[in-house]
Design a protein around this ligand. Structure first.
Ligand code: 5AD
Ligand code: SF4
Length: 477
């Protein structure tokens, strides 16, 4: 079930019964490529979600293994990789805009290598557009074959022609690929790849293959190494972490994993994303039980209307969602909950949109990522009739955002005058005299404090609560 060269979305949709293979020794830098990057630099631009952020760290690890050094300035790099996102039309437009701009650079420097990877590379229409309209692109590879970057670059360098290698397959679990992380104290840890939910609007199950879990041993080894290296805050990553372990032989689920990761003693543990459908009580109890499992849950609702949820293929009713939401709030003290919401799903009526506003009033989220529905070629929703004008969808988004902002502000007011632990990221980009960091509940805090505390967890007293940030003063005792 694998195709070399071009992508194939219909093949990517297939799901077999076989468990994914764990490949521990497929990564290799051929002798001919081991020094190829000496004296050369690379630049990676990452679009989209945390899975892509994490993949870019793998790309960094591979490139630095070949001697390349990171360049902060794209225009000055010898190799440019765009790690792309396919989730909405506007994400893709941004990438095409950027590729268009790169034409000039390639003209000035014909030795420049330009590569496109990530989710967009898994789509036929994208690869077709690149092949036809963007001769400046030298290399296209997908989400399943990052580990082949040395071989692919070698092909670009020796064959002097465009190389396209995209695998449309269910996917393996590839271990032991080097990594250079973007942050010294916070790290992403993949616990599973792919998605089997097939929500009708979503391209991800096609671009990232089937759900497949890493072994608990491999995950724990990575977390223990991070701990030794001084990491303070890790986020367990998966398109739907609640499904963790379902494909493993052993009797292991996400709650078991959470407990084991908690026992490593790393100070802050987060996870994302959770599908409300298979979030169980044991997971909630586990988060409540262990102090280093952070009281923050991202729980995408998508819509507040049962008929829309059904057409989205979400597998829960709004009543079931509320029950889960209430249980999380009741069990985990001071938990913060965020969500994702889509407005303007095909033929969403005013009344159905009103139900979405109602669920926001009910849940009063700490934060919500809101989107206008964007048809994705090859998904079932893209074939649904849709008579709602874009203008109406834009108005709905605005109404929704006002409500979301109100509750974000309201939730932040609860922090006024409180003392909270903050992991210090460093000086604020906007004001270098001020430090910035995050609370356990993932709230951004800008505060006055001791610059020696960067990378540490300190107490901050909150003096002002705004919609998207808190302000405060470090407590020195
Ligand atoms: N259009 C708009 N938003 C989408 N999302 C996923 N697919 C689409 C789409 N086709 C949103 C969902 C998801 C988040 C990552 O992106 O809300 O949870
Ligand atoms: Fe974008 Fe989804 Fe791919 Fe992440 S998995 S990069 S959100 S399309």
């Amino acid at each position: 079930m694998e195709k070399l060269s071009g992508p194939d979305l219909s093949m990517a949709k297939q799901r077999g019964k076989a468990t994914a293979q764990v490949l521990k020794d497929v990564f290799e830098i051929p002798a001919s490529m081991q020094n190829v990057g000496h004296g050369k630099t690379y630049f990676i631009r990452t679009y989209g979600c945390q899975a892509n952020e994490r993949d870019s760290e793998t790309l960094r690890g591979i490139l630095e293994g070949m001697g390349y050094v990171q360049n902060e300035i794209m225009e000055a790099a010898d190799l440019i990789l765009l790690n792309t996102c396919a989730i909405r039309e506007n994400a893709e437009q941004k990438v095409f805009g950027k590729v268009g701009n790169l034409k000039r650079l390639k003209k000035e420097n014909p030795d420049l290598i330009i590569g496109i990877c990530g989710c967009m590379a898994q789509e036929e229409s994208v690869v077709e557009a690149i092949t036809k309209k963007y001769p400046q692109v030298d290399l296209v590879f997908g989400t399943h074959n990052l580990h082949r970057l040395p071989q692919l670059l070698e092909a670009v360098m020796t064959k002097h022609e465009r190389i396209v290698e995209v695998w449309s397959k269910e996917g393996d679990v590839v271990e032991n690929v080097p990594t250079v992380r973007n942050h010294a104290k916070k790290a992403w840890v993949n616990i599973m790849y792919g998605c089997d939910k097939f929500c009708t609007y979503c391209i991800v199950p096609y671009t990232r293959g089937k759900e497949r879990s890493r072994s608990m041993d491999d995950i724990l080894e990575e977390v223990n190494t991070l701990k030794k290296e001084g990491y303070q805050d890790i986020t367990l990553l998966g398109q739907n972490v609640n499904s963790y372990g379902k494909d493993l032989d052993a009797d292991i689920d996400f709650a078991t994993l959470l407990e084991a990761v908690s026992k490593t003693g790393i100070p802050r543990i987060r996870f994302t994303t959770s599908h409300p459908w298979d979030f169980n009580e044991r997971m909630i109890d586990m988060i409540a039980k262990y102090d280093n499992l952070m009281p923050f849950v991202h729980l995408p609702v998508q819509s507040g209307d049962n008929e829309v949820l059904k057409r989205m293929g979400r597998r829960y009713t709004i009543e079931a969602y509320k029950e889960l939401f209430d249980r999380i709030k009741a069990t985990i003290p001071n938990v913060a909950i965020s969500t994702d919401i889509i407005v303007g799903f095909p033929n969403e009526t005013d009344e159905q949109f009103q139900h979405t506003l109602d669920i926001v009033d009910y849940c009063q989220y700490d934060n919500a990522y809101t989107f206008i529905y964007s048809p994705r070629k090859g998904t079932p929703a893209a074939r649904m009739e849709d008579n709602i004008p874009l203008k109406v969808k834009e108005e709905r988004l605005q109404i929704l955002n006002e409500k979301v902002n109100h509750y974000a502000w309201l939730n932040n007011q609860k922090y006024q005058g409180k003392r909270v632990p903050v992991l210090v990221d460093g000086p604020s980009k906007k004001n270098p005299n001020v430090l910035t960091g995050y609370t356990e509940t993932q709230k951004l805090v800008n505060f006055e404090g001791d610059f020696h505390c960067v990378g540490k967890i300190v107490e901050v007293e909150i003096t002002e609560a705004q919609t998207w940030a808190l302000k405060g003063k470090m407590v020195i005792e």
